[in-house]
Write a protein that binds this ligand. Structure first.
Ligand SMILES: Cc1cc2nc3c(=O)[nH]c(=O)nc-3n(C[C@H](O)[C@H](O)[C@H](O)COP(=O)(O)OP(=O)(O)OC[C@H]3O[C@@H](n4cnc5c(N)ncnc54)[C@H](O)[C@@H]3O)c2cc1C
Length: 307
């Protein structure tokens, strides 16, 4: 059976990994150059490194805990002790590591943006900048707006009640150590989170920080250019820590338009009436990596049961 998976974030990789374990050989397409989707690690000139998407990996279920235990044993996940008595699972040496641990031996096609998924007598025809072939099963794990555009008409249920909050994120490398906590929650009206990223386990960098704007601030400033966002957020970050522009070695911003699910679908996935096309992602069950994993795994289990 030829299976195409759109998206190499946690949901697409969880689905592909489970199918591969059962002897299938899915092909995973992603428009990005790297894998992991919003579980993202940015490396910048100067040797700086930032987790500018998901920060840590909360876990609530036995199935996902088993995956984390395995990833811990293979060195892809470790505990980040933040110095305030708290400990959080994180990818190591970056948040993409958990994705990479699932991607071993998969047929991955990066930098391939799927532009159409159309039904034909033989199955589903996928197109990027050129035809990619016909597949018996297609699994779309893109965020909801892209999923609606690509495959929405073929699904049994509307997805338009699923909502997200955007997130504007600042990455800043300082040229000196400062005395501030490893994590700060709601440190200012504009910022929802600050992390001293370099204090996570396995990081080779020092003094790299990530700040995430609040949902309200992100909405209000969403359409500014990335340079404008970086400049505004940097001012807030520096003022909060009593720093000067001369303390900054590097700064940039990232705009996540569909960052955190605020209203999930409420079921693990959706499909076409004939069970040949599936859609899933964190947006099915909640705002976290674990929800993405649960959705992708549920799709794979369904495909395997139906095969
Ligand atoms: C700033 C931020 C902070 C977060 N913090 C946390 C946290 O601390 N803990 C936590 O658990 N979660 C956090 N999250 C949420 C977490 O990152 C997501 O829940 C999870 O990564 C979603 O995985 P996914 O596979 O469903 O979607 P994604 O990771 O978005 O993957 C979808 C993939 O589909 C690809 N794609 C889309 N359209 C196409 C197309 N047409 N063709 C090919 N490929 C396509 C995209 O490139 C992407 O790689 C955070 C998210 C953000 C943005």
């Amino acid at each position: 059976m030829k299976i195409a998976i759109i998206g190499s974030g946690m949901s697409g990789l969880a689905c592909a990994n489970r199918l591969a374990q059962a002897g299938m050989a899915p092909t995973v397409f992603d428009k990005g150059r790297g894998i992991g989707g919003r579980m993202a690690t940015r490396r910048a000139d100067g040797g700086f490194q930032f987790d500018h998407g998901a920060q840590m990996i909360p876990c609530d279920s036995a199935g996902f805990q088993a995956l984390l235990d395995e990833a811990r044993a293979s060195g892809h996940v470790a505990d980040w002790n933040t110095g305030d008595g708290a400990s959080h699972a994180v990818g190591t040496p970056g948040m993409t590591a958990l994705a990479k641990s699932l991607a071993t031996d998969l047929d991955l096609r990066q930098a391939t943006e799927i532009t159409s998924v159309t039904s034909s007598a033989a199955g589903w025809d996928l197109t990027a900048d050129q035809p990619l072939g016909t597949f018996d099963r297609v699994v779309c794990t893109a965020p909801v707006p892209q999923t609606i555009t690509l495959v929405g008409r073929a699904l049994t249920e509307p997805l338009d009640h699923v909502t997200y909050a955007p997130s504007l994120t600042l990455m800043v490398a300082l040229n000196r150590r400062i005395d501030a906590p490893a994590t700060q929650t709601n440190p200012t009206d504009a910022l929802a989170w600050i992390a001293h990223d370099s204090t996570k386990p396995g990081r080779k960098t020092q003094n790299c920080w990530v700040a995430r704007a609040s949902a309200e601030w992100s909405v209000a400033h969403l359409e500014l250019s990335k340079d404008e966002i970086a400049a505004l957020m940097l001012d807030i970050f520096l003022a909060h820590h009593g720093l000067a522009a001369t303390d900054v070695a590097y700064a940039t911003a990232h705009r996540w338009r569909f960052a955190l699910v605020t209203q999930p679908l409420g079921q693990a996935f959706v499909k076409s009436p004939d069970g040949t096309l599936y859609a899933g992602g964190d947006w099915c069950l909640g705002p976290h990596i674990e929800h993405a994993w649960q959705s992708g795994t549920a799709i794979a289990e369904y495909i395997l049961r139906a095969a």
